[in-house]
Design a binder for this molecule. Structure first.
Ligand SMILES: [Zn+2]
Ligand SMILES: [Zn+2]
Length: 383
């Protein structure tokens, strides 16, 4: 096989055209072993291999639980059954199904598409079989928040869609495409916010790629504090579009700057946990301007302390800060919220308010990228 043939085969293998259906594991964080399912509007057919099809009309409730790795179900109208797996199929396009997991602290979810339930070790595997475009408004609402301008949501929609397609086989070994938790992207179910729904429709099928049409790693965060971080510095994985960008757009936000003081006792405990003797840690108080480079790693008494370790230990809003002793406390003076890599949400929101279009926003935060249809995009080969 020559190089050209190999390249064509690789392109075919990594092509994403037609990949619009998606299976999402619901309640992935709490993994319940019982579930209440209600048809909110329309009707659906419950398919159980033994009984065949049972019609579930609006208002009927189906209680699902597990017994000896079999699925037991009982409807309010009195039908009882056991099966190895259950599928609920909507009879019409407008059917909405509500899921509630008793004993779970996750809110109930209203979903479009099919619901498939199987036993999974110790819990139910609850899958929503839907399309990328149908689940996108829910993902955007969860990741981007409320009350933003239209082009901000359009930017978040192409970011979320890019993320889904790039990570579509993340749970391949588990038998589904993505989970509804922060591990993948939070998916709360169907949302009705018309600005978000319209932003998703307007950008339908559009994704962000590099110049080789490869889907980008579409990282984003709350507020960069005036300068985004390069992924090479934060994650030790460099991408040509995840580089430092000076951001004049996010300083209006309350998240742009923060201060926090901790007691000297807490600080000394932290130093001792790192094997550093308190009182001679002067080298830790580095430059007085916040510094987010990995070089912000401080070496003290032969030990290293990173900004990230301090962020986790003291619950700081970002690892982009300076610190100094202030009497019987230590004062942190920081910028931004989150890891700082990729799109800055506060900045993107402000750019949209200033009438910048969504593709200008993504081009600003992911330099050298473009927006194309998913039909022409490819997933990068696995490393
Ligand atoms: Zn996941
Ligand atoms: Zn910013």
């Amino acid at each position: 096989m020559n190089r050209k043939t190999a390249l064509i085969i690789l392109l075919l293998l990594t092509s994403l055209a037609g990949f619009s259906q998606i299976s999402i594991r619901m309640f992935a964080r709490t993994r319940p072993s019982a579930l209440f399912l209600t048809t909110v509007s329309g009707a659906c057919l419950l398919h159980d291999e033994a009984e065949g099809e049972v019609r579930i009309d609006a208002g009927d409730i189906v209680a699902v639980s597990m017994h000896d790795s079999r699925i037991i179900y009982r409807t309010l109208s009195g039908i009882i059954g056991a099966a190895d797996s259950l599928t609920f199929t909507p009879v019409s396009a407008g059917t909405l199904i509500n899921l509630r997991a008793p004993g779970s602290n996750e809110p109930e979810k209203t979903l479009e598409g099919k619901i498939k339930i199987k036993p999974f070790p110790g819990s139910l595997l609850i899958l929503n079989i839907t399309t990328v475009e149908n689940c996108l408004p829910g993902v955007v609402r969860a990741e981007a928040g409320k009350y933003g301008p239209s082009d901000y949501y359009k930017a978040q929609a192409v970011v979320a869609r890019t993320y889904i397609y790039r990570n579509i086989d993340r749970h391949q070994l588990d038998g589904y495409n993505m989970c509804d938790d922060t591990h993948c992207q939070v998916y709360p179910g169907v949302v009705t916010d018309s600005v978000i729904v319209n932003a998703c429709r307007y950008t339908a099928g559009r994704v962000i790629t590099d110049r080789d049409s490869l889907l980008i790693e579409a990282a984003f965060h709350g507020n960069c504090g005036g300068e985004t971080a390069s992924s090479a510095e934060v994650w030790l994985a460099g991408y040509p579009y995840l580089v430092r960008v000076k951001d004049p757009w996010c300083s209006y936000s309350a998240s742009a700057r923060w201060r926090k003081s901790i007691s000297l006792a807490d600080w000394n405990n932290f130093l001792m946990s790192k094997g550093i003797t308190p009182g001679s840690e002067g080298a830790i108080y580095g430059p007085q301007e916040p510094d987010r480079r990995r070089q912000a790693t401080r070496r003290v008494q032969g030990k290293t302390v990173t900004s990230e370790e301090m962020r986790i230990r003291f619950g700081l809003r970002s690892a982009f800060f300076s610190l100094s002793p202030a009497g019987d406390s230590i004062a942190f003076n920081g910028r931004g919220y989150g890891h700082g890599v990729g799109l800055c949400q506060d900045g993107a929101k402000h750019m949209a308010e200033k009438k910048m279009a969504y593709d200008q926003i993504t081009a600003f935060y992911y330099p050298g990228t473009m927006i194309i249809d998913i039909k022409n995009a490819r997933k990068p080969p696995r490393p």
